[in-house]
Design a protein around this ligand. Structure first.
Ligand SMILES: NC(=O)c1ccc[n+]([C@@H]2O[C@H](COP(=O)([O-])OP(=O)(O)OC[C@H]3O[C@@H](n4cnc5c(N)ncnc54)[C@H](OP(=O)(O)O)[C@@H]3O)[C@@H](O)[C@H]2O)c1
Length: 321
């Protein structure tokens, strides 16, 4: 396994972060506790020390599964990340968002479900237009000061929002967001315009979500619906992967995979590993074989012309948050 430091922090994280969205229930393709545990055990075995979940994944189920799975391990060796923002109880308006009340309650619930005293990286899942940003920043800072959280990160905001939040934190002497978990893959590169240059210039760690475009980059276009997840994913509206010449990019990924004797997923991940600004893609898999392939992809070397060939067909697509 390769390790890097997260942005400008001293925190060492594996260059693969295991995404835990698929651990829980609610969708046909999700894994139950025992099945998830096998993936988590194998990840730790392979040197993955970095795990990403969220309070909303399976309404707390993913955090519970991760917490149970890491229980027997040396907690000091693992970096546990979770998120807050999404609605946890539709009958309670304070069980969503980034107000002081919502964050403090949700943080306490996440700590319980994960069975830990401290969350290594606590991320805001989305921007909350209804709460003054200073309220959110002060609440997160308090959580760090009382030892419930080590680092704070953001996910899926506009670049100006991240910049403004960090500027405010610095001016107020509060903990700043150290990382950005954003949507970034060969079929969704809108972040290259504003967000990624900002992160590079300011030492903000970058953790791309859906690095395989939710499976669209992992198999030929014609076979997208051969998996349960492929059949249920929305690749056109919510995730407009087809709009920016997605089909042609998919074909070029397949072609390079063939030439190199590796899988499409490995080429798509290798492309991300070649981006200096990227610390660790958040890889979502429910298969040990696919997890092993992700780790092997760290050894794939793409030439500049390979990278150009993969990137060349892309055209801007609708911005998604
Ligand atoms: N912050 C946010 O707003 C946000 C949003 C979405 C996701 N996330 C995070 O990002 C993680 C990953 O996102 P994601 O699951 O949407 O997308 P992803 O990692 O781009 O894609 C996952 C899909 O790719 C397939 N896959 C993975 N490796 C493969 C391989 N080697 N060969 C063939 N297929 C392969 C998986 O199938 P198998 O299961 O069969 O391997 C699964 O269907 C999540 O777990 C979550 O932690 C965060």
């Amino acid at each position: 396994m390769e390790y890097t430091t997260l942005g400008d922090t001293g925190l060492s994280v594996s260059r693969i972060c295991l995404g835990c969205l698929g651990f829980g229930d609610g969708k046909e393709w999700m894994l139950d506790s025992d099945e998830s545990r096998e993936i988590i055990d194998r990840a730790i075995d392979l040197g993955v020390n970095f795990f990403d979940t969220a309070n909303v994944y399976s309404t707390g189920g993913s955090e519970e599964i991760l917490g149970e799975a890491i229980d027997g391990y040396d907690r000091d060796r693992l970096v546990v990340a979770t998120k807050v923002f999404g609605e946890m109880d539709e009958s309670n308006p304070n069980a969503r968002g980034l107000s002081r009340k919502a964050i403090e309650q949700e943080l306490s619930n996440s700590l319980d479900r994960l069975g830990v005293d401290t969350i290594d990286l606590y991320q805001t899942h989305r921007w909350d237009d209804d709460v003054p940003v200073e309220e959110t920043l002060r609440t997160l800072d308090d959580a760090v000061r009382r030892g419930s959280v080590r680092y704070v990160g953001a996910s899926t905001t506009l670049a100006y929002q991240l910049a403004e939040a960090r500027r405010r934190s610095e001016a107020l002497g509060l903990q700043s967001f150290v990382s950005m978990q954003n949507h970034y893959n060969l079929l969704y590169r809108e972040e290259e315009r504003e967000m990624l240059p900002y992160c590079r210039e300011n030492g903000v760690g970058v953790l791309p979500w859906s690095p395989l475009a939710k499976g669209y980059l992992a198999r030929p276009h014609a076979e997208l619906e051969t998996t349960a997840r492929g059949r249920t994913n929305d690749y056109t509206d919510l995730y407009p992967y087809l709009e920016g010449n997605g089909r042609e990019i998919n074909e070029r990924v397949a072609e390079l995979a063939d030439e190199n004797g590796v899988t499409m997923a490995q080429i798509a991940l290798a492309w991300l590993f070649h981006k200096d600004v990227v610390d660790a893609p958040v890889v979502g898999t429910t298969s040990i074989e696919h997890l092993e392939q992700a780790v092997e992809a760290l050894d794939i070397s793409l030439s500049d012309s390979d990278v150009e060939y993969l990137e060349e067909p892309y055209e801007p697509v609708r911005h998604t948050l």
